[in-house]
Design a protein around this ligand. Structure first.
Ligand code: SAM
Length: 214
């Protein structure tokens, strides 16, 4: 993601605490209080400019969504979408995925979406990949039993690495597509990166994996 310097981003984020939750640790174990219902919670890690999470929230009003994004300069674009859409079932957190256990308790999250995560192709950076073992441990600690990860990418190397990482961790492979846009998968919602890469003719890989009780 190319980062543009947006010195005003911090102030804008502060102006919309109803969309970008300023103290997410306060809702650990009780996100249903924030949403005012007991619907399942799905989160997207690395939400970028927010198209996926907003469109998913529109299409599925009985699911609550939270988009997690590290950079202020990026999350403000997702914020603009939320302001315009005025949806009750989607929020954003401006936090690092490595700290998710500070904000979510075991069982808070039913599903995690990883869309076009940064590939970190160099071997020495493998620990930064969002499908690295230490992240899979964090996800297990916030997901319900048998919670799922749904992962999409254009990057073949990251996809292959992730399938191995999921398998070594003991996750169950539920679904796999090596060419999502030429498959019979229905209801795909494209992310900003997905549109960009697929318009260049790049293939999109997708899988669904599930934690199993040990
Ligand atoms: N999901 C979006 C899409 O498909 O258009 C954005 C993809 S972009 C390549 C990856 C995003 O993940 C970036 O916005 C980046 O800032 C975010 N990201 C990377 N590492 C993260 C982390 N540890 N915690 C939260 N967000 C992260």
């Amino acid at each position: 993601m190319r980062l543009r310097n947006k010195p005003w981003a911090k102030d804008k984020i502060k102006q919309y605490p109803q969309y970008i939750i300023p103290t997410p640790e306060q809702y650990k174990g009780k996100w249903n209080e924030l949403f005012g219902n007991t619907n399942p919670l799905h989160i997207e890690i690395g939400t970028g400019k927010g198209r996926f999470i907003t469109e998913m929230a529109k299409a599925n009003p009985h699911i609550n969504y939270i988009g997690i994004e590290l950079y202020e300069s990026v999350i403000v674009s997702a914020l603009d979408r939320l302001i315009e859409a005025e949806l009750p079932n989607v929020k954003l957190l401006n936090v690092n995925a490595k700290d998710l256990k500070e904000y979510f308790a075991k069982g808070d999250v039913e599903r995690i979406y990883l869309n076009f995560s940064d590939p970190w192709p160099k071997k020495r950076h493998a620990k930064r990949r969002l499908t690295y073992k230490s992240f899979l441990e964090i996800y297990e600690d916030i997901l319900v039993d048998e919670g799922e990860i749904h992962f999409k990418t254009d990057n073949q190397g990251l996809f292959e690495y992730s399938l191995i990482s999921f398998s070594e961790y003991g996750l169950l492979l539920k679904f796999i597509s090596l060419d999502l846009h030429n498959s019979d998968f229905e209801g795909n919602i494209m992310t900003e990166y997905e549109e960009k890469f697929s318009s260049r003719g790049q293939r999109i890989y997708r899988c669904e994996v599930k934690y199993v009780k040990r």
